[in-house]
Ligand binder design. Structure first.
Ligand SMILES: [Zn+2]
Length: 310
C-alpha cells in the first residue's frame, strides 16, 4: 500500500484582522498567521523512483519582489515575515530547487505563490487548478479587495499544467469521485496522493489529500485557504465580509456558498473518515489549512517541519 511522506515547510507569516475571516469577530483583534507550505515525497513501489512535490510556496522572500500594488497592500498586513522562504526551508533538510519535480499551488493568491522564478530547473513542473491561469492573465477579474492582484508572468507557460475542469479528463489527469469528494485526481495512480477540488475561495482552489500511513490508513488534507480559522470548519463561526475605505464589498472568498460546501465536505471527512474501496473501515483524515497558527505551534514542537515529518 503506497503512502507519501509529508513535511511542513516554514514559508512566512502575515497578520490579518480577525473581522476579515470570521463573524462574530473582535473588531480590533489581529492574528499573525503562518502561510504554510509542504514537501510531499513519493517512492514508486515498482520502479523505486522518488518524486518530490512542493504544495504552495508561501510568502516571497523579499516583499520588494511583489508588484507595487501588493507591496503597498502588505504594509497593512504587518507584522509580516518572509524568512525562511520555501527555498531556505527546503535547504534546511538538504534539498535544493533542483530536487523538486512538481510545485502544486492550492491557489494563486500572493501569500501562497512565493517566488516561482527560483525554480529554474527544466524538469520542474508547476500545476494549478482550473481557472487559475485566467486569473493570472487578467482574463478573469474579481473586485473583492486589495489582495486580488495577480501577475501574468508568474509561471513559465512551457512548464505549467492547468488541471482540466472538474468532472473531466485530459491527457495527464482524470477527475473522479473519492468518498465524499466529488472530484479527486489520483496523482500517482496508486492511491497515495490525491488532488481534491475545493472550490469557493478562488477559481482553481485545490487541496492535497495525502496518505501518510497504511496501517492503519491515515490521511492528511492540506486544505490551503478552504478556511482561515478552525471555527469555520466546525461551524462555530461564519465567513466574514466587510466594506473597505472606498465602500467596496470585500470577502476572502470569491464564492461563499461554494466555500461553505467545501468546508462541509472537509468537516464530514474529518469526522467520519474517508471510505476507500477494498478497505472495511473509513480512514482517518486530519485537515491542515495554510494559515493555522495553532497547528504550526504544535507541529514545530513535534518536529513536523522538514527535515522532520508528519
Ligand atoms: Zn492565504
Amino acid at each position: 500500500m503506497s503512502t507519501v511522506s509529508v513535511h511542513a515547510l516554514s514559508t512566512g507569516h502575515i497578520t490579518i484582522p480577525e473581522r476579515f475571516f470570521v463573524v462574530p469577530a473582535d473588531p480590533v483583534a489581529k492574528r499573525t498567521v503562518p502561510s504554510l507550505s509542504f514537501l510531499v515525497q513519493h517512492r514508486d513501489e515498482k520502479s523505486g523512483k522518488l518524486t518530490r512535490v512542493v504544495f504552495d510556496l508561501g510568502m516571497r522572500r523579499d516583499l520588494a519582489l511583489y508588484p507595487a500594488e501588493l507591496t503597498s497592500h502588505l504594509a497593512n498586513r504587518g507584522p509580516v515575515s518572509t524568512q525562511p522562504d520555501a527555498v531556505a526551508s527546503l535547504a534546511a533538510g538538504g534539498l535544493t530547487v533542483d530536487d523538486i519535480d512538481y510545485v502544486i499551488f492550492s491557489h494563486v493568491h500572493y501569500d501562497h505563490v512565493g517566488y516561482p522564478k527560483d525554480f529554474t530547473n527544466d524538469k520542474t513542473r508547476f500545476i494549478v487548478g482550473n481557472g487559475a491561469l485566467d486569473l493570472l492573465s487578467g482574463k478573469a477579474k474579481y473586485d473583492l479587495g486589495k489582495h486580488m492582484i495577480f501577475e501574468p508572468d508568474l509561471l513559465p507557460p512551457e512548464r505549467t499544467l492547468e488541471l482540466p475542469p472538474p468532472g473531466s479528463a485530459d491527457s495527464h489527469f482524470t477527475w473522479q469521485p473519492l468518498s465524499t469528494f466529488p472530484d479527486a485526481i489520483d496523482f500517482f495512480k496508486d492511491g497515495s496522493l490525491y488532488i481534491v477540488n475545493a472550490p469557493g475561495h478562488l477559481p482553481g482552489h485545490i487541496n492535497l489529500l495525502c496518505k501518510i500511513s497504511s496501517q492503519p490508513t491515515r490521511f492528511v488534507c492540506l486544505a490551503g485557504d478552504a478556511c482561515h480559522d478552525g471555527r469555520l470548519l466546525t461551524g462555530e463561526c461564519d465567513i466574514a465580509t466587510w466594506t473597505d475605505e472606498t465602500g467596496r464589498y470585500c470577502c476572502m472568498h470569491v464564492d461563499i456558498p461554494q466555500s461553505k460546501a467545501t468546508l462541509a465536505r472537509l468537516y464530514a471527512a474529518s469526522k467520519d473518515g474517508i471510505k476507500i474501496e477494498a478497505e472495511d473501515q473509513p480512514a482517518s483524515m486530519e485537515v491542515i489549512f495554510a494559515h493555522n497558527y495553532e497547528w504550526e505551534e504544535t507541529a514545530k514542537k513535534e518536529g513536523k517541519f522538514w527535515p522532520g515529518r508528519l
